[in-house]
Design a protein around this ligand. Structure first.
Ligand SMILES: Cc1ncc(COP(=O)(O)O)c(C=O)c1O
Length: 391
């Protein structure tokens, strides 16, 4: 029956397995382990001869409910929840790569993903080549015999650059490479990468899935073979970057309002993007819902709406950007995004502040760039707040 439900219905209903008490809301199972009837059952569970719960580092009913709901929304067979978005990305890399392997990644990525690939995995013999996200010829040229993964965000944080996922998936598969997509900015409500050919989707549930800035979380979605019956699950189960049941419960409740929130946030973001384009102090606005976006036609095809994040560049570089931040009275100055409260971030000195100047420039981050994550306040109040610093 669940397969027949619309996306919005599944966001509210998928993954519910009621306990013997028949509770209406999702139950929160705050337990680190589970009790066995006897020694034989304990042995059978630990050796996978009998299915069932063992320990919450491996499985937990509330986490399972979150996993089933997100898998249903993304159109994946299987989902694995993790402690954060970065631990989801780490788990994919640790599960699918080994020393000597090669990754081709977009040069427009969240700063920590760049650092994980080049700074940390590089020390373990995994080499990454960073290429311009939308340049398919560059992806093709970067492939080597030992290339195992392509890794992208689309839209990218914070440049809002896109890549044609169908074309990139075809290119990857022709060469025996897997495509992993960070779908954090769109969520399955706006874009479903698995349907476009991606092998795995990763999420920072910290963003829109929770949607109210309360907890950290992450997820990996894909086929049963790739997610659960693979070294990805083995890594999570052994190394332990698992999602806590409490965080899973918060994200489950967050997902119930995901479609409604995104509809309202996209509408506000679209209006603000159009308004920002008219402001004399703004040099350019990067928003996939604007006809001025260099990949507007692709955005219309690949995403159902522009999303809740608007990136803009002010005239006057870092000083002008910081002036806007320091003049705010409503919008929060914080690193998170996807919250019902609007947030403004200066990527060059925060989320991408630890990158080298060259990596930052490669990622397309300029000193005058600001990333606005649009919440649920009124457009008029948000405009008034931005106007103060825009002059
Ligand atoms: C696109 C993207 N991916 C991954 C992450 C990392 O997520 P988390 O902070 O939950 O580890 C972020 C965080 O900002 C992000 O913006």
């Amino acid at each position: 029956m669940e397969e027949e439900w619309d996306l919005e219905t599944r966001a509210v209903r998928a993954g519910i397995h009621r306990s013997a008490f028949n509770e209406h809301a999702e139950a929160l199972y705050l337990t680190s382990s589970y009790v066995f009837d006897n020694a034989q059952q304990a042995a059978d569970r630990f050796t996978n001869r009998e299915p069932g719960m063992i320990y919450s580092r491996f499985t937990n009913p509330t986490v399972t409910a979150f996993q089933e709901r997100l898998a249903s929304l993304e159109g994946g067979e299987s989902c694995l929840a993790t402690a954060s978005g970065m631990s989801a990305i780490l788990t994919v890399f640790m599960g699918l790569l080994q020393a000597g392997d090669h990754v081709v990644a977009s040069r427009s990525l969240f700063g920590a993903s760049v650092q994980l690939l080049s700074g940390i995995l590089g020390r373990f013999g995994i080499i990454t080549t960073f290429v311009p996200l939308s340049d398919l010829a560059a992806w093709e040229q970067a492939v080597r015999p030992e290339t195992r993964l392509f890794f992208v965000e689309t839209p990218a944080n914070p440049t809002m650059e896109l890549v044609d996922l169908t074309a990139l998936a075809a290119l990857a598969h022709d060469r025996g490479v897997r495509l992993v997509v960070d779908n954090c900015f769109c969520t399955p409500i706006l874009q479903r990468p698995l349907e476009l050919g991606a092998d795995l989707v990763v999420h920072s549930a910290t963003k829109y899935l929770d949607g109210q800035g309360r907890v950290l979380g992450g997820a990996i979605v894909g086929s049963m073979a790739l997610v659960m019956e693979s070294p990805i699950y083995q890594f999570l189960r052994t190394a332990g970057p698992s999602m806590s049941p409490f965080n899973a419960w918060v994200c489950l409740k967050g997902m119930e309002t995901l479609a409604l929130r995104l509809e309202a946030q996209c509408a506000r973001a679209q209006q603000l993007a159009q308004w920002l384009e008219q402001q004399p102090g703004v040099a350019r606005v990067l928003y996939p819902g604007l006809p001025s976006h260099p990949q507007y036609e692709l955005a219309c095809r690949q995403q159902s709406q522009g999303g809740g994040v608007v990136t803009f560049e002010v005239k006057g570089g870092q000083a002008a950007a910081w002036n806007i931040i320091d003049s705010l009275q409503l919008i929060s100055v914080t690193g998170n995004l996807g919250d019902t409260k609007s947030t403004l971030t200066h990527p060059a000195t925060t989320t991408h502040g630890r990158l080298s100047d060259a990596d930052r420039a490669n990622a397309g981050i300029t000193p005058g760039m600001l990333r606005l994550s649009v919440g649920l306040e009124t457009v008029r109040d948000l405009q008034r707040d931005l106007e103060r610093g825009l002059g």
